[in-house]
Design a protein around this ligand. Structure first.
Ligand SMILES: Nc1nc2c(c(=O)[nH]1)N[C@H]1C(S)=C(S)[C@@H](COP(=O)(O)O)O[C@H]1N2
Ligand SMILES: [Mo]
Length: 355
């Protein structure tokens, strides 16, 4: 297979655009735009930047609007961040669950350039009563399955005020080019360390609120069960979970018996550094340490590799990777039911054929 064929994005839905990177094509630490997955809930809105405005409103002293050109004239920052869709790896779940059937490629590590959200909030003058910051996109549509809100809704998610004032970027550029329509032109949020659903694309409105936001995409959708004070509580998804993924071998790959095979892949977490990746080639019975490539970089994934001495005996083998972060947390061996159809970070078995 040529590099180009290997890196062609895989369509994962009909109607709206959902495209996945063939994870076996993992090569560059910064994912080229053509290899970056695309996740859309509604049709991609067409936006004329000359007429588009970003509105900042709600619990602020002075609501304001700002144009594309004005945003471009502000001091720009660049952030390289790994973004993973909370449903990445869902196709591995047994029994099968609803939702876009992502394999391993709803993740990427891209370079985003734009303005920080914090100074814009400061310009508006956030009131003392503020609790959350809602980011609303221009894309809209009707939810078809109950429970559903009446009429059309827009895609929206909120952030705690402290996160919004911290490292959240409003990106105008992806990998040094203006955003493409599918990745949120003219402006999108990038929320480092969080699952992709927080990074609202086609951003049009920012609403500061004094109460928790219970919009569709953080109450009905994109939530999980967590025990809080001994009570099962429905919590909006937020930080990415510590995880390692195998790029090669790919599921179903045929490998020569007795060969020295270079296994490789990437590992990431939300806010924590990846300190160890281990590999098992006997269905989790024993583990050996992989080599971490390069330095750890905040919010970026970490590449790893492992020289696998492939058994002489032909047959079916199951390989797995597991990551450990700086807090000492290792990704779980088994699926956690409370994660529902999201946060697939248990060790995913990759079945290969040795012959
Ligand atoms: N406005 C809007 N923002 C959105 C979405 C969307 O459908 N509409 N999808 C979210 C989800 S679930 C993910 S995983 C990321 C994907 O970003 P990408 O398509 O640029 O890779 O965008 C997020 N932001
Ligand atoms: Mo997502």
């Amino acid at each position: 297979m040529s590099d180009e064929a290997e890196s062609t994005l895989i369509p994962r839905s009909e109607g709206v655009v959902n495209l996945e990177m063939p994870f076996a094509a993992l090569k560059e630490w910064v994912t080229p735009t053509g290899k970056l997955y695309v996740r859309c809930h509604f049709p991609i809105p067409e936006i004329d930047p000359a007429h588009w405005r970003l509105t900042v409103t709600g619990e602020v002293a002075t609501p304001f609007e700002i144009s594309y050109e004005e945003l471009r004239a502000l001091p720009q920052e660049t952030v390289t961040a790994t973004m993973e869709c909370a449903g990445n790896g869902r196709s591995f779940l047994e029994p099968k669950v609803k939702g876009v059937q992502w394999a391993l490629g709803a993740v990427g590590n891209a370079e985003w350039t734009g303005v920080r959200l914090g100074p814009l909030l400061e310009r508006a003058g956030v009131r003392g009563s503020a609790l959350e910051v809602i980011l609303e996109g221009a894309d809209r549509g009707e939810i078809k399955e109950p429970p559903r809100p009446p009429g059309e809704i827009r895609y929206a998610r909120s952030l705690p005020l402290a996160k919004a004032q911290g490292d959240v970027l409003l990106a105008l550029q992806l990998n040094g080019e203006p955003l493409s329509a599918s990745h949120g032109f003219p402006l999108r949020a990038v929320v480092p360390g969080w699952f992709g659903m927080a990074s609202v694309k086609w951003l049009e409105r920012i609403v500061v609120t004094d109460a928790p936001f219970h919009g569709y995409y953080q109450s009905i959708d994109y939530t999980y069960w967590e025990e809080r004070a001994g009570l099962p509580t429905l919590v909006p998804l937020a930080e990415m979970r510590t995880k390692a993924q195998i790029a090669r071998p790919a599921p179903g790959e045929t490998i020569a018996a007795g060969a020295e095979y270079r296994m490789h892949g990437a590992a990431w977490s939300g806010e924590r550094e990846i300190v160890r990746v281990e590999i098992s080639s006997d269905d989790g019975a024993t583990w050996a340490e992989a080599t971490l490539v390069d330095e750890a970089r905040k919010h970026g994934w970490r590449f790893w590799e492992f020289g696998w001495r492939v058994p002489e005996k032909a047959g079916a083998y199951r390989v797995m990777a597991r990551a450990t972060d700086a807090a000492g947390e290792t990704q779980p061996a088994a699926r956690r039911d409370e994660y529902g159809t999201y946060m697939v970070n248990h060790c995913l078995p990759i079945d290969v054929q040795v012959q």
